[in-house]
Design a protein around this ligand. Sequence first.
Ligand SMILES: NC(=O)c1ccc[n+]([C@@H]2O[C@H](COP(=O)([O-])OP(=O)(O)OC[C@H]3O[C@@H](n4cnc5c(N)ncnc54)[C@H](OP(=O)(O)O)[C@@H]3O)[C@@H](O)[C@H]2O)c1
Length: 280
Amino acid sequence: MKKILVLGGRGMLGGQLKGVFGNGAIAWDREECDVLDYRNLARKIKGLGGSLSAVINCAAYNNVDGAETDRQTAFKLNAEFVGELAAICKENGISLVHFSSNYVFDGRLGEYSESDRPNPESVYAQSKFQGEQELQKNGGNFYLVRTAVLFGPKGESPKAKPSFVDLMLDLSKKADTIKAVSDEINSITYARDLAAAVKTLLEEKYPYGIYHLVNSGCASWYELAGEIFRIAGKTANLVPIHSSEYPRPARRPQKSVLLNTKFPPLRPWREALREYMQRN
Ligand SMILES: NC(=O)c1ccc[n+]([C@@H]2O[C@H](COP(=O)([O-])OP(=O)(O)OC[C@H]3O[C@@H](n4cnc5c(N)ncnc54)[C@H](OP(=O)(O)O)[C@@H]3O)[C@@H](O)[C@H]2O)c1
């Protein structure tokens, strides 16, 4: 049976993909192959011969604020590399799954379907959108999956950062009052549910193209934090704040909810959050 290759296998989503594909997956991260060494990457993928059915790319530059001052790294990994990978996959007749972000939208419309036009505002968002364009320009058979606000077990990479869920739980042990932004609204996604949906996309041979894969519903950071504390039974003093009271280098969309119109809806985010918190 053919295998899938996960790039960025020690990240949050990569870890969940390894879990859902089990023995059907080969996973590489920085140690096995620096994806920015395109010649080596092409050679290694070619070396797997006809044994691969798909590459799933989770390698990305995800520091939204860091990208404002590290533009070159963000564009190299989120855009240039994606074009190179798309060309390598096309040349070898392998399908490619790549992930983009709800931040490619400016947030003025609030809810976005797969065919809505991105208008990225931060450097991170611009780099992710350019990656989408490189994929579409160079790609053969690809799934471009936009997702948003991932939570799940921290990746195995030494540089992996905890998700908002674990950050809030940690903060609740240290602080009496926790402030959370109440006027930025996003879709929310359990990495495990996303990984399972990607497996279905590939196994059931959904048509190639753009997909919005997120748990159903949406929330502000304040609502998300409130639900985390409710499930955890914590009595943290949670205070809603306006985004202007929490200035960050990168501009975020005010409301960027991804509408999934092409794939069976994923369960509501509250249900997924409860399962994650009970498992961990
Ligand atoms: N996390 C979110 O909330 C979110 C939201 C929307 C979209 N997405 C998208 O979803 C996808 C998966 O995100 P994620 O949160 O799982 O990412 P992640 O945890 O940051 O994992 C990315 C992995 O890629 C590795 N990597 C980075 N540069 C590499 C290189 N040059 N060569 C080989 N490996 C390299 C990283 O290693 P190091 O740790 O050593 O750098 C890390 O293990 C990404 O495309 C991301 O943009 C994520």
